[in-house]
Design a protein around this ligand. Structure first.
Ligand code: ZN
Ligand code: ZN
Ligand code: ZN
Ligand code: ZN
Length: 406
């Protein structure tokens, strides 16, 4: 019996031996600095009752000042946050020296996210005392707290925060959408609410691609040069055989994708297929420095008993200090087999959680001696999606198993 087998032998109800379920301990949380990844996806994940309210300006400014001082002097704060905090403190000092700046600038500092100090791009959440957090930072704080096995708290006032304790602040969201913002291409100012359309459809400097991209023209450049380029583009006058070469190259990349889907379809015709909903629950190792990992209760598929384990950032020591978030997982066979069991397996989004995972098929031959796969990546689209999973209490996915028969 391997070490992992012993550790996981506690069964689902008791949890793995020597571990405690994560997320029950209450600690004094210090908000680690989330990245500025706001992300509409994160916002969409939090479709909760909206509750408009106005922040207490004086309290907010004071608390933020406090937070900034703390962060600037906190050697444990992530470098990015320390830097930002230092910059912001400098800017605040300059603004104070110059008296009050323009109304827009003053509003900017009132309406910005109290964690990343950026103006929120999507939903804005507030703690019970009214401190504002952009959706990305809010999700990140909840995910961090889970990684550290602490109750998530507002970085400003330390009150508890959670999806049910915090509500959205529509007034701030609307006010932010009215504030001017600079187009990244032409550098002109627009109300935030109009900026997206401007950058996508109207800006003369936005980056565009040649319409002959489909036959291999690599040109891209500002929109105002597009007509000139397309008139002069050499691609439409290429000969058939030249185009054939270009198309061959493009076909190759499509072929790879097709291979994946074809192999899924051929797996679907196997005699023995099983699938089940799996629920990963958070646990802590009992090391000196505890680590978060996830494990499912035992489940039965293809008449065998299995367990799935998952870990964050490949068990990196302090995953909460990094903005990059990944999950990897391992499939363990818990029952004894009379003959080697060759399987293909893949994890996909289940019916109960909305997360974007690209399908990757893994392969393993299970025997009584070798009954666990290596940790393989769970190909989640990006860190924002990954944080969405970590912020939730449990991770719900669906496992497919295909038994390969000789
Ligand atoms: Zn933020
Ligand atoms: Zn607060
Ligand atoms: Zn523009
Ligand atoms: Zn072209």
């Amino acid at each position: 019996m391997s070490g992992a087998e012993e550790a996981g032998g506690g069964g689902p109800a008791a949890g793995p031996a020597g571990s405690v379920p994560a997320g029950v301990g209450v600690g004094v949380g210090v908000g680690a600095g989330p990245g500025a990844a706001a992300g509409q996806a994160a916002a969409a994940a939090l479709g909760e009752a909206a509750g408009p309210g106005l922040p207490d300006e004086a309290g907010l400014a004071g608390a933020r000042q406090l937070q900034l001082q703390e962060a600037a002097g906190d050697p444990d704060a992530p470098p990015k946050k320390r830097l930002r905090a230092a910059e912001a403190a400098e800017a605040a000092a300059a603004a104070a020296a110059a008296g009050s700046g323009k109304l827009e600038e003053r509003l900017y500092s009132v309406l910005c996210c109290t964690v990343c100090l950026d103006l929120p791009k999507a939903s804005v959440y507030q703690c019970t005392n009214g401190h504002l957090m952009c959706a990305g930072c809010f999700i990140h704080l909840l995910a961090d707290a889970r990684l550290k096995e602490e109750q998530a708290t507002c970085p400003n006032c330390r009150c508890e925060i959670s999806k049910s304790l915090c509500c959205r602040n529509l007034a701030v969201e609307k006010a932010v959408s009215e504030l001017p913002s600079e187009c990244g291409f032409c550098l002109r100012q627009f109300p935030r609410s109009l900026l997206e359309r401007h950058q996508k459809e109207e800006c003369q400097d936005r980056v565009t691609q040649c319409k002959y991209k489909r036959i291999g023209c690599p040109w891209h450049g500002p929109f105002h040069e597009l007509t000139v380029h397309e008139a002069a583009c050499a691609h439409p006058t290429k000969t058939g055989s030249e185009l054939m070469e270009i198309l061959d190259g493009m076909d190759q990349s499509h072929r790879k994708e097709m291979q994946l889907y074809n192999s899924i379809f051929s797996l679907l015709s196997f005699e023995k297929i099983g699938y089940t909903e799996v629920q990963f629950r958070p646990y802590r190792t009992d090391d000196f420095i505890t680590r978060l990992y996830y494990e499912t209760p035992r489940f039965t598929v293809l008449n065998q008993t299995w367990v799935l384990k998952a870990r964050v950032n490949d068990s990196e020591r302090n995953p909460n200090l990094s903005c990059k978030r990944t999950l990897s997982f391992q499939l363990l066979l818990k029952s004894k087999v009379t003959a080697p069991l060759e399987c293909s397996f893949l994890l996909l989004k289940g019916p109960y959680d909305d997360v974007r995972i690209s399908p990757v098929i893994y392969h393993f031959v299970f025997t009584n001696e070798s009954n666990e796969t290596d940790y393989v990546p769970l190909p989640i689209i990006d860190s924002v999606e990954c944080n969405k999973l970590l912020a939730a209490k449990n991770i719900n996915l669906r496992l497919f198993l295909f038994q390969i028969q000789k």
